[in-house]
Design a protein around this ligand. Structure first.
Ligand code: ISE
Length: 335
């Protein structure tokens, strides 16, 4: 196959950035068609990128012109398009979360296993970030001893229309995935505590929230999610090891002296924080799909993420410590 022909469903902000990245920066693939529940909007996006707009996502996925699919719709619609891609036997990249509910992820896993071929990759892009990759290489080297505790922060400037559960399902789902990958082990328990709520949270929303996870071997993790922090986008991760502490690198921005101060700007929102991670993620996805395999986060990773997220939500709603139980990994997903 000379060039992977991709159809993208869901032309919101992240979908558009992926079309731009694939069609203007990366090699080996092109988004040639898009679909959205708002057809007029899909048409305007299609015009901008010189691609085709399709009236229905399912129709586009079935079309012989499309080799592979990207799903960037709102979270509750991921399942229907991932299922359509599995049915059509096409590789599908689905933005995180695979689906908001663990049961929906399980249905996807079952459909994929029934189809007999791994087709699904989940967009947990932090695994491709050079900073997290450095942390993983240091941990895996064993040079600093075992990891004992992790202190993490995940802050957004603001969150219009946000609901309390989204801090877990939509935001800390990144930490849920990347920290499991970083440490190479599953979680055992979780609890969630609420600091005082900011006056910037919309009606009834609890923000910030702190998630405390323990892993099977006893590593203790705290993650502060603060989606209305009102100063920018801030992601931090410190890994406390037996003989050293590892810190996630910050993006390299020039320090500016101005107005009697020294200022190092940070990103305003997520879209500018992990560009390299997205580039590497999609280039590797295109390369792997052309070779007929999935080598990134699988549907099983997506499912485990949502099983964890459900336990976190239960811990939050009941204000208790909740044990996290996972099914055994099917052989189908063993690499
Ligand atoms: C968003 O969907 C993301 O993926 C961002 O990384 C995260 O910071 C934000 O909270 C989510 O809403």
């Amino acid at each position: 196959m000379s060039e992977l022909k991709i159809g993208l469903v869901g032309t919101g902000m992240i979908g558009r950035t992926h079309i731009e990245r694939i069609n203007q920066k990366l090699q080996g693939g092109k988004v040639i068609a898009c679909a959205d529940y708002n057809l007029d909007f899909a048409k305007s996006v299609a015009d901008k990128f010189g691609i085709q707009a399709c009236a229905s996502g399912e129709e586009m996925i079935r079309s012989d012109a499309i080799d592979a699919v990207i799903v960037t719709t709102a979270d509750p619609f991921h399942e229907q398009y991932v299922m359509a891609a599995i049915k059509a036997g096409k590789y599908v990249f689905c933005e995180k979360p695979l689906a908001p509910e663990a049961d929906a992820c399980k249905r996807i896993v079952e459909a994929e296993i029934a189809g007999g071929k791994q087709l699904v990759q989940v967009g947990f892009m932090r695994r491709y970030d050079p900073g997290y990759r450095q942390l993983k290489a240091h941990i895996d080297s064993g040079k600093f001893g075992l990891p004992l505790a992790l202190h993490c922060v995940h802050r957004n400037y603001d969150a219009p229309g946000w609901k309390t559960p989204m801090s877990v399902e939509n935001s800390m789902i990144h930490e849920i995935d990347v920290l499991r990958w970083l440490l190479g082990e599953n979680y055992a328990t979780v609890e969630v505590r609420f600091p005082k709520t900011t006056r910037h949270a919309e009606d009834g929303v609890r923000d910030p929230q702190i998630m405390y996870l323990t892993t099977v071997s006893g590593v203790r993790i705290d993650v502060e999610s603060f989606v209305n922090c009102r100063y920018g986008y801030d992601v931090r991760c410190e890994v406390v090891c037996e003989e050293g502490c590892l810190n996630l690198p910050e993006p390299a921005n020039a320090m500016i002296r101005t107005n009697d101060s020294r200022v190092t700007p940070i990103c305003h929102d997520w879209s500018k924080r992990f560009p390299e991670a997205y580039n590497v993620e999609f280039q590797e996805w295109i390369n792997a799909v052309k070779e007929g395999r999935v080598d990134g986060p699988t549907a099983w990773d997506g499912y485990l993420g949502q099983v964890t997220a459900s336990a976190v939500s239960k811990a939050r709603d009941t204000q208790t410590v909740v044990e996290i139980k996972y099914d055994a990994m099917p052989d189908f997903y063993k690499r």
